[in-house]
Design a protein around this ligand. Sequence first.
Ligand code: ADP
Ligand code: MG
Length: 246
Amino acid sequence: MDSSKVKIQVTNLKKNFGKLEVLKDISISICEGEVVVLLGPSGSGKSTFLRCVNQLETVTAGKIIVDGMDVTDKHTDINKVRENIGMVFQHFNLFPHMTVLKNITLAPVELKKLTQEQAEKKGMELLARVGLADKAGTYPNQLSGGQKQRVAIARALAMSPDIMLFDEPTSALDPEMVGEVLEVMRELARDGMTMAVVTHEIGFAREVANRIVFMDGGYIVEQGTPEEILKHPKEARTIDFLNKVL
Ligand code: ADP
Ligand code: MG
């Protein structure tokens, strides 16, 4: 595998909601196996950026190429692209009336990626991977927040995505559960998953990110290695933000 293969290429992305210009001019490439952490104040456009990548939002202008496919082109089969992009949100959005295993097998079976039997086998492997093999038959409301989020990650992985997008996956969790979710993400990174992660967990960013991207006001203000951004930020807005969160 070519480690410098570009998985996500965003060029001059703009996104408006009515008159509100949320993303003003974003250009960024993310390579295979890279872990990019997006930092920035609330309202800076981080979620909107992630949502544009898998077309949960239509872009106002610019181009987004995922795995060589132009997701901003209306002729592209966006569902095919989405099958390769797992997304994990702050709120886990598990189906409450389905068991943990059913939550995980639903999409691969519905989308005919796997048979029920294959999906269950894979689902059990994924549950073991996130440390929840004993929870297959339970319902989401019987799980802690950290366990729910680990199920949500397993559910996303069930489609065998080669890109994972995380939008503040630990922000809704009690502090004692943050670590177990970050550990699952750390292992995914170690296994070579291409990841874009919005988080305020600076420790995770420092240890796991290949690159930190600091966003403010709909722009990328600066980006670099964790060392560069966390220890030697250049821009006043980055310094100001880090002073508040560190
Ligand atoms: P962040 O994730 O960095 O906190 P968001 O991308 O969620 O920022 O939001 C950026 C801005 O876009 C905010 O001002 C927010 O209110 C606005 N916004 C986000 N989604 C919508 C929407 N669907 N309609 C209108 N405004 C939105
Ligand atoms: Mg957000």
